[in-house]
Ligand binder design. Structure first.
Ligand SMILES: C[S@@+](CC[C@H](N)C(=O)[O-])C[C@H]1O[C@@H](n2cnc3c(N)ncnc32)[C@H](O)[C@@H]1O
Length: 232
């Protein structure tokens, strides 16, 4: 099922998901993290995946069925106004999606809204510092999770402004120029590579050089306060 992952980390592995809990995955894609989360929360828990794309919702549904989990529910919708009740989930996870949103502050407010008091969020995402302006304006590099990435400090400030408590970077993974080329190549439609593969790789390699070192993935954690002063 690894071909069903378009993520940049493993939020489920680093979360403290427990049996019986409810977890929401923002931008669930083809559903790998949904299946991993379902295994952690078990049949008494519930996993909700939200995604904009009908094709991804269908793929995730079929992957969930193939994995044998009946407690995975797919909902089509935007992460900026997601179809989830307020104060209804124990965990929000997300893997390489929030960078794609032009309204990140709204996404953070929605995370706060849907969490139970005491609920937690753990996301893996791409962040960036000082990207060249031509990278910021590239539609191709937006889809490839590059152009929309914001600095770590903005990520943490956005979460705090939304009301989330103790936002913190829990891990970082840096990419070489070569790794970035491979990631972007994987996000391109097959026909592009079939027709233009011979020129896409050298072009992307030239584009990746000035970006290397300015872009990396992070694991970000925070929680919604429940008034318990002893929480770490
Ligand atoms: C890079 S893929 C990551 C998918 C999945 N999280 C994974 O790790 O494989 C981004 C996913 O986010 C979805 N997406 C992008 N923007 C979205 C938005 N504003 N609301 C909901 N889903 C969105 C896309 O349809 C796509 O499935």
């Amino acid at each position: 099922m690894l071909e069903s992952s378009f993520g940049c980390g493993d939020p489920v592995a680093f979360s403290g998901l427990r049996e019986g809990q409810t977890v929401l995955d923002l931008g669930s894609g083809a559903g790998l993290d949904l299946v991993l989360a379902a295994a952690k929360v078990g049949p008494s828990g519930k996993v909700i995946g939200v995604d904009l794309s009908d094709a991804m919702i269908e793929r995730a549904r079929s992957n969930a069925r193939a994995a044998g989990w009946e407690n995975i529910e797919l909902r089509r919708g935007a992460i900026e106004a997601r179809p989830v009740e307020s104060a209804s989930v124990d965990w929000v996870i997300s893997n390489c999606v929030i960078n794609l949103s032009p309204e990140k502050d709204q996404v953070f407010r929605e995370i706060y809204r849907v969490l139970h008091p005491g609920g937690r969020v753990l996301v893996s995402d791409i962040v960036a510092e000082n990207l060249p302006f031509w990278v910021r304006r590239s539609g191709l590099l937006t889809v490839a999770c590059v152009a929309g990435a914001i600095p770590e400090s903005d990520y943490l400030a956005g979460m705090a402004a939304a009301g989330l408590t103790a936002p913190a970077i829990r891990g970082r993974m840096h990419y070489s120029a070569r790794q970035m080329v491979e990631v972007v190549m994987e996000s391109l439609p097959g026909w592009t590579l079939a027709l233009f593969g011979w020129m896409v790789r050298p072009l992307l390699t030239r584009m990746a050089m000035p970006v290397a070192g300015r872009l990396w993935s992070v694991r970000v954690a925070a929680h919604k306060d429940d008034g318990d002063e002893t929480r770490s």
